[in-house]
Design a protein around this ligand. Sequence first.
Ligand SMILES: Nc1ncnc2c1ncn2[C@@H]1O[C@H](COP(=O)(O)OP(=O)(O)OP(=O)(O)O)[C@@H](O)[C@H]1O
Length: 683
Amino acid sequence: MEQQNPDLKPTLISLLQQLGLYSQATNIEQDQRIDSLDVMGFVGLLKKHHIAYSVHRHLPSLVSQAAHPFVLISDHHAPKLLRRHGEQLEQFEQQWQACDPATIGEDAHLIMIERLPQQGSSAKAFAEQVSKRSKWYRPVFWLSLLSSLTGLAVPLFTMAVYDRVIGGQTPEVLPSIALGAALALSILVASRLIRARVMSSASNRMARDLSELTFHRLLNMPLMVLSRVGIANHVARMRNAEKVRTVLSGPAAGGLIDLPFTFIALATITLLSGWLVLVPLLMLLVFYLLMRLMRSYIQSASPKVSGEYQNALNELAKNLTQLKAAGQVDAWTTKFARLCRENSRQNFRYAARNGLMAAVAHALSLSTALVTVFCGIFLVLNQSISAGALIACVMLIWRITGPAQLAFSSTQKFTLLKGAAEQFDRFMQVKTENSELRLDVPDMSCAPSVSFQHLTLRYGAEMEPALSAVNAEIDAGEIVAVIGPNGCGKTSLLLSALGVIEPQAGYVAINNKNIRQYDPELLRSWAAYCPAEPDLFPGTLAENLRVANPDASDEQLIDALLAAGGQALFSALNEQLDAPIAGDDSAMLSAVEGGYISLARALLKGAQYLLLDEPLANRNPDAKRQFIRTLESLRGKATIIFTSHDQELIQLADKVIILDKGTAAYVGPIPSQQPQTNSDTEQ
Ligand SMILES: Nc1ncnc2c1ncn2[C@@H]1O[C@H](COP(=O)(O)OP(=O)(O)OP(=O)(O)O)[C@@H](O)[C@H]1O
């Protein structure tokens, strides 16, 4: 299943065409990066194009209900594109033709198409995920029924001992009664164990799917949305899956599932003692009403400051060095201590109210048993029921109040789950970058021309524009320097040219086509971007470089690093590509050293479109000379836009864009003397 299969790409293209998704099919056809696919890549592309799918082992019932064409994958045959046509199964080979269902092997997997992108993403994404897991409903139902039935064993055994063995003076029946009870108890334990496994497997699978979906969504969200929402919220979203896992596989869910099965205990009490069943029924009603009241009382105390507290912790982790270095942590400590205090106070209040609810629930359970005993005594004295039956009824009461108590006392867990579900649904509604309108494939064979048309960008509605009606034309193969004082919008211009931030007005055109028409993923895998602040991952030097080009050989990695001017860094790492960097037990690289890696990554892609943010900031003279040589060697072969304050580097440019407070003060060949900008004057 995980092997590359050259037939999967044509099958996917045919599938998309048959689904009427022609532009998506063309996008994949033109994507030069894909020669062959494995199954993960296949479903990954379905995900990318917002096609909802599910993977199953071959099941005839699925095929007979298929609404869309679907794909059959087996280890022994080429993948097949199939569809249901009336009662008939058809296979696509140039055209649809009848197919014998018997030819489908038992080992085959089906990729069923559930929803097409035009149908929009559902507002009930969480509920859809739950309903996908319908496979576990049935076993959980039967196992719960079995454990509820066998749970009658101990009360009935006790009754039999009282009434028949002691009352009837027949000790010889004791072994057979005990054997029966032991058998029932073993079945009870086994069914509980199996149910716990099924529940935890279902909840883990669901949590895994939710994590994957969330991660995929995060990657596809526009950068502006990502940075606006903030890291704490992303972490909270990723944790939704954890909430689902803990609630669904915990005792709360067990209690909730057992609740409907309490009717078995109620029915048994009715059979044993007639109207005495009214006692637990009434108590259940009181239980329900009281818990509802208490729930709103508890919810009114739910901690509100915890989000702010979590943000403060993130802030601390991020800025710890600066805080320590500044030596002025008083204000921060006061703020943190206030949040800590408030958070503990709110948590204490919440925990106290939850404790009260648990105590009330426990007291109600005990009272139910007591009231049953009191009422039952009269029935025993009237000889309406036997003493053994009364004892059995009292024991059965626990089988009713136990799950009820568990389910009600876990209401805050279900509230948590409800919140997680709502958050997930809202999150899945957020627009992603991928849409059926953004599927053009950039011409990756040559350097592109780039044009900025009235580009206007604001990071927030109330903020001054970072870019204001910027117009500039860059010819294919030109080297362009974007210059200007700090904060004038240089990085914003580069990020717009890569399509990672989208302007509110105007647009960027690459090869005369609005950047918004291109598939964003393809565009960025083709272009190369070197950020001003290096992003390093814990791992080796080679792993950090291969982020840009996973197939690069060791020689290519070294060449790219040297071309970026990183000779000194490479020597410092003993010329070891497997030297660990940016992780535990490894040397921390400085920003400049990390910068060589960022630059090498950009060069490693061999892109004809390079966007470099301050590529030479603070480099040593050797590194600078080397990088200038590299830039010269790329002249005419790649369109390069870089930002810089370095005069020597700027002199290499064919054209400069001088930005001043977000506006283009000058665009053209390097003027003999650069015009002074307002901000320069202010400085
Ligand atoms: N994510 C963001 N959210 C809000 N404002 C931002 C964001 N990024 C940049 N800005 C603001 O937009 C303006 C332009 O920033 P930008 O980083 O593009 O300038 P720059 O010329 O690259 O600056 P520098 O030379 O310091 O890197 C600045 O006022 C900056 O504060």
